[in-house]
Design a protein around this ligand. Structure first.
Ligand code: HEC
Ligand code: HEC
Length: 498
């Protein structure tokens, strides 16, 4: 009896699995969508006969029929904001034309904002590099008000800074390039390789030197001896099988397949209401978390309303997920499984499940989510050869400056009260109370892990701090530490060794 039962369940679950599989080929068949520009794919239009009617035009009878629904409330049309009697496709077309016309102004506005906040001359130093060799940006890049130095500012109380309005512009919230609209924005270097990630209304805003290396290296917890397993490629639906089969388990490989599968999202989808020129199958998890890391892709958080108060969020690295107990800057979800499920179902659509249903909600079966989570949990931090097994400096390998920095980090500078080894987080959220300085407060935010932090500028949830030097100046004020110049340099040196 028992045996019979389990056979029944086996057959049932295999049938379920097949059902899910059969839903996916449509997505995978669009692998060509990911093909780099230099290899143009043959388009359907190219094959069409010459006498074809102009694209986008249909017969008058068809147009008449489509408009019949517009004299009352038609919920299939109204969802994206078309008032009764109006053609939603036409509205979207007008929005698109306006978006394109406005784009230069929008980009100019953001350029000015960034210019008020940062020096963008992008200093570097020889030998100060990320894991694969890209120079780390050296700061501070945040600008100070006329006549102020970091030393004088560091001696002031929060009240004084607030009163004299001296809190640097770059320490205030960083706005989305088009905050009133928001949505996912991808850096230029990635769009060059994957043109499907381009939006017609906005471009990426931060300079390339403030971003992580592209593509980032990948380290597996299961194969520390192999080092970077990316082979310098960007993991995608086209190469994941070639790159990872044999290195990971079948379950993990299937998780990876799903992590590189495009899924509908607010700006990138197949409806008329989108921000990509062509209809799109959507965005893959690893489009933002490139090679399980990040290259500065950003979005607005789904957790806050009204729109104006939503926080810009800089994509976090998925390295070291296994060592972290809470996920998301505000949501504090308790498992990678939950985050995986909700990221796609709600964050992709700004926390609005109704729009998700209209634009192509894809509900992952609970059987598949652990596959995706398990794959994410196999990704290690980059090597830190100067750390011992506990995550502290090995004194025989570290420089004197790094050792001094470590002592400050665990002592006078109080960093370790929140950033604890080995991952350098306390799995908690803290309110840094920036309103004390006359800035907008952010409320409690996750204490981000600092292992491998040299590889993931820009810093803080919104990426407002371009360099590690800026983070030290920031916390010097926030925690009222009164560090001197040498101590600040020591702290940065220690963080570069993590
Ligand atoms: C905009 C591009 C973007 C896409 C696409 C994306 N993410 Fe994220 N991801 C982010 C950002 C930004 C955060 C930080 C969220 C926050 O601060 O609340 C994040 C956070 C996470 C975290 C939590 C990290 C932590 O410990 O705090 C996980 C896990 C995660 N994403 C997995 C996924 C999965 C799985 C997918 C695909 C279903 C995905 N992401 C798609 C941008 C993206
Ligand atoms: C009260 C807890 C607390 C203390 C003490 C603290 N931090 Fe943090 N740290 C945080 C929180 C919370 C964030 C995220 C803040 C945000 O994104 O708005 C953060 C973010 C950071 C980041 C950015 C990480 C990233 O990937 O974006 C760096 C770097 C950092 N802290 C360094 C330090 C240093 C250096 C010190 C000591 C001088 C320090 N922190 C002290 C809580 C703390």
């Amino acid at each position: 009896m028992k045996k019979k039962r389990s056979t029944f369940w086996l057959v049932l679950s295999m049938t379920a699995a097949l059902g899910v599989w059969s839903a996916l080929p449509m997505m995978q068949s669009e692998a060509q969508d990911r093909t780099p520009k230099e290899k143009p794919v043959e388009k359907m239009e190219d094959k069409a006969p010459k006498e074809k009617k102009p694209a986008g035009k249909t017969t008058p009878a068809i147009e008449e029929t489509k408009k019949k629904g517009f004299d009352g409330v038609d919920f299939s049309y109204d969802a994206f904001g078309a008032p009764p009697g109006q053609d939603p496709q036409e509205i979207s077309q007008k929005v698109k034309e306006k978006d394109i016309a406005d784009k230069p102004k929008v980009m100019e506005r953001q350029k000015k904002r960034l210019n008020d906040r940062y020096q963008t001359d992008c200093k570097t130093a020889s030998g100060v590099v990320m894991t694969k060799g890209k120079p780390q940006p050296i700061g501070p890049a945040v600008r100070l008000k006329e006549g102020v130095t970091w030393e004088t500012l560091g001696q002031m109380t929060p009240e004084e800074i607030k009163e004299k309005k001296l809190f640097p512009a770059g320490f205030h919230r960083l706005l989305h390039v088009k905050h009133e609209v928001g949505g996912m924005v991808f850096p230029q270097v990635q769009i060059e390789q994957f043109p499907r990630l381009e939006r017609f209304d906005v471009d990426f805003d931060l300079p390339e030197c403030f971003l992580p290396e592209f593509p980032p290296p990948i380290f597996l917890t299961t194969h520390p001896e192999l080092g970077d397993v990316s082979q310098g490629e960007v993991l995608s639906i086209e190469n994941f099988d070639r790159l990872f089969r044999g290195l990971v388990t079948p379950v993990q490989l299937d998780g990876l397949r799903l992590l590189v599968t495009q899924l509908p999202q607010e700006e990138f989808n197949a409806t008329h209401d989108r921000k990509s020129d062509k209809p799109s199958l959507g965005v893959a998890c690893l489009d933002c978390h490139v090679n399980f890391h990040t290259t500065g892709q950003f979005h607005l958080n789904p957790d806050t309303r009204p729109q104006k108060d939503r926080l810009r969020i800089d994509t976090v690295s998925l390295r070291g997920m296994f060592a972290q107990q809470i996920h998301g800057s505000k949501r504090s979800l308790r498992s990678v499984e939950d985050f995986t499920e909700f990221e796609q179902r709600t964050a992709y659509f700004n926390g609005d499940h109704i729009r998700a249903a209209k634009k192509g909600m894809f509900v992952f079966d609970r059987m598949l989510i652990p596959h995706m989570a398990q794959m994410q949990n196999m990704i290690d931090f980059p090597p830190a050869p100067k750390l011992d097994p506990v995550g502290r400096l090995d004194k025989s390998k570290a420089t004197e400056q790094e050792v001094r920095g470590e002592a400050l980090f665990f002592g006078k500078a109080r960093c370790a009260e929140c950033h604890q080894p080995p991952a350098y987080t306390n799995h908690n959220m803290h309110d840094l109370k920036l309103e004390r300085f006359g800035a907008e407060g952010n409320g409690p935010i996750k204490t981000f892990a600092l292992r491998g932090v040299k590889d993931s500028p820009p810093y803080l949830h919104d990426g407002r701090l371009p360099t590690l030097e800026d983070t030290v100046e920031f916390f010097n004020l926030v925690l009222e530490l009164k560090l001197n110049q040498e101590e600040k340099k020591d702290l940065v040196a220690f963080m570069r060794a993590l």
